[in-house]
Structure formats: C-alpha cells, structure tokens
Write a protein that binds this ligand. Sequence first.
Ligand code: ATP
Length: 284
Amino acid sequence: MIDLHLTKPLQTAHGPTLLDVRLSVTAGELVAVYGASGAGKTTLLRLLAGLSRPASGHLRVGNEVWYDQQSGIWLPPQRRSIGFVFQDYALFPNMTVRQNLEFALPDASGKALVDELLELMDLGELARQRPQQLSGGQQQRVALARALARQPRLLLLDEPLAALDVPTRLRLQQALAAAHQRFQLTTLLVSHDYAEITRLATRAVELDGGRVVRDGLPSAVLPGTDTAPNFQLTGTVVAAEPSATGQTLQVRVGEEVVTVAVSAATPYQVGDTLVLTGSVQRER
Ligand SMILES: Nc1ncnc2c1ncn2[C@@H]1O[C@H](COP(=O)(O)OP(=O)(O)OP(=O)(O)O)[C@@H](O)[C@H]1O
C-alpha cells in the first residue's frame, strides 16, 4: 500500500500554483496518471522518486516512511526501491544490454533474473549489443528490463512509449502488462494515450492544476472511452471568453478557427498552444 499527501509550489506559465496530491494506491495496482500538459504529472513522479523535495506532507510505501515532513524524514532516491523509465532511454552507452541490466541488480545473486528479463522482454538475441546499435523500441525494452532488474517496490513510468511508432508501442504495452503481472508490481504510468490507459491500467487518475480531479476505473473516468481518441490537432487560442461551465475558446487550426468549450482549473489564454484530441467515426 502506498499512501501519500505531497505538496510542492510550481511555477507555471500561468503563474505560481500549488501541487497538492493525495493518493492511496493498493499493492499490485497499475495506476495511469493523465491530464493536460503542465498539470504536474512528471513533478508527482519526481517527488515519489526522491528527485525533487516536497514542501509538505508524507509518503509511506508499505511499512516504510520515505518522506514525512513532521518527523523530518526524507529518503534520497538511492534508498527508495523504485524503477524509473522516462521517454528517453538513458541507458549506459558503453555497456552491453546484459551489462546495463546487471549493473541495476541490487546484488550479484540476480543473474537468473537478468536471463528471465532478457527473455520476457524478447532481448535474448540483443544481449551483447550496445544501446546505439538498437532501435528506439529495443532501447526502451532494455530501459524497462533495467528498471525491473532493481526489483522495485514501485515502478514509475513517465510516458515511456510516447516516442515509439504504433506497432512498437503495442508490443511494448504487452511486454509491460506481462512484466507488471509477473513481478506483481505497483506501477504509476504517466500517459496521454487513452487507448493505452484503457488497455493497461486498473485505475486512472486525472491531474489538473496540480490536483486530482478524477480518480476511478479507466472506463468510468476517461472521456469517450467507448470511442478511443484516434486523431489529434494542434491549434493556437485566438480568443477566450469565460462561460458558465468554464471557457469558450476560438482556436486556430491551420486556416480554420474552431470554437471549443473547455473547463480547466487554470484558464487558457490567447496565444496558448492546445492539443485537441477526439475520435473520428463514419456517420451511421
Ligand atoms: N522544480 C520545479 N519548481 C517549480 N515549478 C516547476 C518545477 N518543475 C516543474 N515545474 C512547473 O510545474 C508545472 C508542471 O510541470 P510537469 O512537468 O509536472 O507537468 P506535466 O503534467 O508532466 O506536463 P507534460 O505533460 O507537458 O509533461 C509546469 O508549469 C512546470 O513549469
């Protein structure tokens, strides 16, 4: 069980705001964290990993206290049992795939684990290669295997598949699901991809303006889950009016200006770049 309440002042493009997150995660859950750019998703993962210090609160993992403001406890990253995978693979370039994994082992008794991970991640043939000889998808499989070699209590994944093409991403989603089950992990996965979240996560938590605004089954909380988003457009806000439910925006997308109704904790402003996602279907 992970129980946390963490706060951290953030400097955002819209001014200062406070990240203030309370969460309770049961061992074995795979929790997807989603939300608009700048909502605080990466910051939350960094606070959990000990890469950034909270301003207040607590973080308990099982019966260990990783942070407690009142008693002045703050464990540095190397004393926390975590695996962390980012979008960029951050492998050791001068080591082979096998050496990258072996380096992450908590002790020398884990050679059998390295073999198992190489097989689970379909890396057996590549064990002697160096990272620069591998494709992006292969490197990310190595990064995932390396995070698992640490046998972490908590696996933190920050958009690990976002840079990969769709077929590679689907293969890695399967590998991730297999690893989560095999090692009975507790995982937090930051993702913008609703289809990915629906496929992998047991729970989805939306952050907005540094706070949890939705929390539940992916099918219950994700918008339009029955028609997963399959297109995205990027546009610029050219006008913004307050409305009863939030704001009405005029967004320029290419040559066109479209009207969009939104609600967000931090209002959008003229000049903001937005990503509009949704689903396209043939009219019945
Ligand atoms: N150490 C810090 N101190 C203060 N503010 C920060 C710090 N790190 C990030 N921020 C700000 O906090 C906001 C949230 O950043 P964060 O990277 O957590 O967002 P995110 O939800 O992961 O966004 P994205 O989806 O774009 O990666 C941003 O506006 C960022 O500039």
